[in-house]
Design a protein around this ligand. Structure first.
Ligand SMILES: Cc1cc2nc3c(=O)[nH]c(=O)nc-3n(C[C@H](O)[C@H](O)[C@H](O)COP(=O)(O)OP(=O)(O)OC[C@H]3O[C@@H](n4cnc5c(N)ncnc54)[C@H](O)[C@@H]3O)c2cc1C
Length: 329
């Protein structure tokens, strides 16, 4: 028998928590998201959110239809061309990509800050900012109480921690940054590089990867003015170097200088590209970070299905897990 009310407490209003919360609201489940940031202006790390068809489907299933439309309108144009180059920008080959299957399937890319704006656009009802979870307790009746730094507390049936999947602190020596696709940059690079995805496998284990990010500002603005206004057409590039540990503590301009000094034989055009990169957009870490949000969204979709099953079956999540384990035996 279903419980008369089923309330989920989600900690953290970033991609995973917000996607999950939207999905629960859509399924008629009462949810409140508690975010430690006081104003809801935390800017997510990263420079490009690459989404698989699974990440896109998670948003499609969880978001209200108008928010999903806003999301697709905020994405960069689908990449239509992949090209391979030498480090001196001699073209090795290129492949045309097929049309994306439909608005839901297919890979997509969006700026991290814009995705967050989309996820927050219709979340005012269920997000509480400035509430940092300090600890939680399970009550005798199976419910859970969350305690916050401001002295308040909240009780629900399930508490979802701020990050469903812990991330590995590994560092694979990837440096990345963004260059606005100005007329100067478009003239500097071969035409294919400012249109699609480009790869360079350079001697010594160096790897360059770039994605063109071109936006349809009019379509996005017509749906929701103010969302994604910071997005300009740009090239998001990464260079992965061997022995990347040496880059771990470098930031901004230091990273750009180091990449230039590590690649003396590369085309001067690529060095110019690094020079035109806004140091504020530079990051260093692992190339897998570009898929972090995708993983959080796919996890949110799975967790939502389990919470709906728990609500419909009248179980706590723990009870549901126990039943599923028993069935698998
Ligand atoms: C340097 C770097 C660069 C990255 N670049 C990219 C990229 O380009 N593309 C990409 O897809 N991914 C990138 N990632 C990974 C990406 O940031 C994460 O995978 C993604 O944000 C995970 O989303 P999440 O919602 O699960 O958790 P998080 O983004 O970690 O969100 C957790 C939320 O919980 C809040 N919170 C934490 N503790 C509490 C508390 N006690 N009480 C209340 N609220 C709390 C936080 O303020 C935050 O809003 C990058 C990561 C790093 C470190």
């Amino acid at each position: 028998m279903a419980r008369s009310s089923f309330h989920v407490l989600v900690i953290g209003a970033d991609a995973g928590g917000l996607c999950l919360a939207h999905g629960l609201v859509k399924a008629g489940i009462d949810v409140t998201v508690y975010e430690q940031d006081p104003a809801g202006i935390v800017f997510p790390q990263g420079f490009r959110v690459g989404l698989s068809a699974g990440g896109s489907r998670a948003l499609y299933e969880c978001l209200p239809p108008e928010s999903f439309d806003l999301f697709t309108a905020s994405c960069a144009a689908p990449l239509r061309l992949g090209s391979r180059w030498t480090e001196s920008l001699h073209k090795l080959g290129s492949t045309a990509f097929p049309e994306p299957p439909d608005p839901v399937g297919g890979e997509k890319a969006v700026s991290p800050g814009t995705l967050r704006q989309v996820l927050l656009a219709d979340a005012g009802e269920f997000v509480r900012f400035g509430q940092r979870l300090t600890h939680h307790e399970r009550d005798r009746d199976g419910s859970v109480t969350a305690y916050f730094a401001d002295g308040t507390s909240a009780t629900g049936d399930v508490l979802v921690p701020f990050r469903v999947r812990p991330e590995h602190p590994s560092h694979t020596g990837t440096v990345g940054g963004r260059v606005p696709l100005t007329a100067e940059v478009r003239q500097l690079l071969p035409a294919e590089m400012s249109k699609g995805v480009s790869m360079i496998f350079a001697p010594g284990g160096y790897f360059f990867l770039s994605h063109a990010m071109e936006f349809d500002a009019e379509r996005r603005r017509a749906l929701r003015p103010g969302v994604g206004e910071q997005d300009v057409d740009h090239l998001a590039w990464t260079v992965t170097v061997p022995d990347g540990e040496r880059l771990r503590d470098l930031r901004g301009e230091e990273l750009l200088t180091t990449i230039r000094s590590l690649t003396p034989a590369w085309s001067p055009k690529l060095h110019k590209l690094f020079g035109l990169t806004d140091p504020a957009t530079c990051f260093t870490g692992t190339s897998a970070q570009e898929t972090g949000v995708d993983t959080a969204l796919r996890d949110a979709r799975i967790l939502r299905a389990r919470l709906v099953a728990a609500r419909d079956g009248g179980f706590t999540l723990q009870e549901l897990e126990t039943r599923e384990c028993a069935q698998r035996r």
